[in-house]
Design a protein around this ligand. Structure first.
Ligand SMILES: Cc1ncc(COP(=O)(O)O)c(C=O)c1O
Length: 442
């Protein structure tokens, strides 16, 4: 039933059944981040069917279900594990499954240092663990550094590190103090109005050359949080030197380097972890989203010397639950068997070339960027000023939904494309055709 349609459909959204569900959710759920009135009945691979029988091609689900919606091997592994045990209080007891998953996650992370894994339920919790572990082991260092445009989560600690939209920060001012945000390397719209490479990567060097001399005593900083590619901030790919210089600065000053791979990790950039593009290693690596193919599971993989080492200093209830562990194990198996990382690299080349063709036809597309199957197009009012055209982006997005293509926005004026890594060329072609038509209509 769920096949990529060859023609471009046009739907009234929400349909009559969908409308009723939208009303029920609106009456009961807190305000979140709803983007479109698509009311899902079932999903498989990259296809989603709504309660009114409309069929969508989902180019958002690779962010979290990189193996595709309900990959049969992942579903089977979860079902079998549910029969064996769902919950054994994994932080308190032991299991072969937990031991295997921890070993495999450690192998995933570049570097030769001895590592430890904290299993948890969300990317936010993985980042909270990094905040606590680095603070715990560097007790005199009470400051943290993150970047403008960053997204690290929404609990009070992680939210203090987040700075991609004002709505995430407004009225939450009393969370973690002494968090410093500095501009990220965004070459398309350089915050310093410089050009790469003549800028000599000032956006990285400024940390040591000005901030550490005028505002942030480096020996008081426990950790610096870095997204290897900024996700919510707009799929911004920094030049390699940016990551390398920041990494060196962290090392020189005894600051833990936290690599937040929650959005960019797990194969979608064409490497298992996005940090591999930059040839550096991290002290803490936050894994989430796609690590469990859609199951709420995440992990913090940190240097063994950042472990808490004291019973009870940090733990949780559901970290290491049976479903989460089975989902991670099956996800890693499927990624290996189906060569999904290689697939992301190869199809990413094809996809970005197709998006660049669109850019040639539509002056409103200022930038096409990303790596592998983590791509974005950025809408501008004109190419000279590169000013954001958020309104146009929103109109294009709305037309994509109506024409059966599920996408998400990113940053102020970008649309992001994160299809599951099992996507094929014909689905990419279909998505590009829908986008083309939606831009013309918008
Ligand atoms: C880079 C990054 N870190 C952390 C998070 C938070 O993850 P979660 O929503 O699973 O708590 C996100 C979510 O979008 C993210 O993109």
């Amino acid at each position: 039933m769920l096949e990529t349609s060859t023609g471009i459909p046009t739907y009234d959204l929400p349909g009559p059944r969908g409308k009723a569900i939208v009303a029920r959710e609106t009456a009961t759920l807190t305000t979140g981040t709803k983007t479109a009135p698509i009311v899902v009945k079932q999903a498989s691979g990259l296809m989603v069917e709504d309660v009114d029988g409309n069929v969508f091609l989902d180019f958002t689900n690779g962010m979290v279900a990189a193996t595709g919606h309900s990959h049969p091997k992942v579903v089977k592994a979860i079902a079998e594990q549910a029969e064996r045990w769902l919950f054994i209080n994994s932080p308190d007891f032991y299991s072969p499954l937990q031991a295997e998953v921890a070993e495999r996650l450690i192998k995933l992370v570049p570097g030769i240092k001895d590592k430890r894994v904290f299993l948890c339920n969300s990317g936010t919790e993985a980042n909270e663990a990094a905040i606590k572990a680095t603070r715990y082991n560097k007790p005199t260092r009470k400051r943290l550094i993150a970047f403008l445009g960053a997204f690290h989560g929404r609990t009070m600690g992680a939210n203090a590190m987040t700075a991609s939209k004002i709505a995430q920060r407004a009225r939450f001012t009393s969370n973690l103090p002494d968090v410093h945000h500095v501009p990220y390397a965004s070459c398309y719209r350089c915050p310093y109005k410089m050009s790469y490479p003549s800028c000599d990567i000032w956006c990285a060097r400024i940390l040591e050359e000005l901030y550490f001399k005028q505002l942030i005593p480096p020996d008081e900083v426990s950790a610096i949080f870095v997204e290897p590619i900024q996700g919510e901030g707009g799929y911004i790919v920094p030049p390699p030197e940016f990551i390398q210089i920041i990494r060196d600065i962290a090392e020189r000053h005894g600051i833990a380097y936290v690599d937040d791979e929650v959005q960019a990790g797990m194969g979608k950039t064409g490497k298992m972890l996005a940090i591999e593009h930059f040839g550096v290693t991290a002290n803490c690596t936050s894994l989430g989203k796609a690590v469990g193919s859609g199951v709420a599971v995440a992990a913090q993989v940190l240097d063994a010397d950042l472990d808490f080492g004291v019973q009870g200093a940090h733990s949780n209830t559901f970290g290491g639950n049976g479903i989460g562990l089975a989902a991670i194990k099956a996800t890693l198996d499927v990624m290996h068997e189906e060569k999904l990382v290689e697939r992301a690299a190869e199809l990413g080349e094809y996809f970005i070339a197709r998006l660049r063709e669109l850019q040639e036809r539509h002056a409103c597309i200022g930038d096409v960027r990303g790596k592998g199957l983590m791509l974005a197009v950025d809408f501008v009012t004109d190419r000279a000023t590169r000013n954001h055209d958020s309104a146009l982006r929103d109109r294009v997005l709305a037309r994509c939904f109506v024409h059966g293509l599920m996408l998400l926005p990113a940053g102020f004026s970008a649309l992001r494309f994160t299809p599951a890594l099992v996507v094929d060329r014909s689905q990419i072609d279909h998505a590009v055709a829908v986008l083309d038509r939606s831009i013309r209509e918008a």
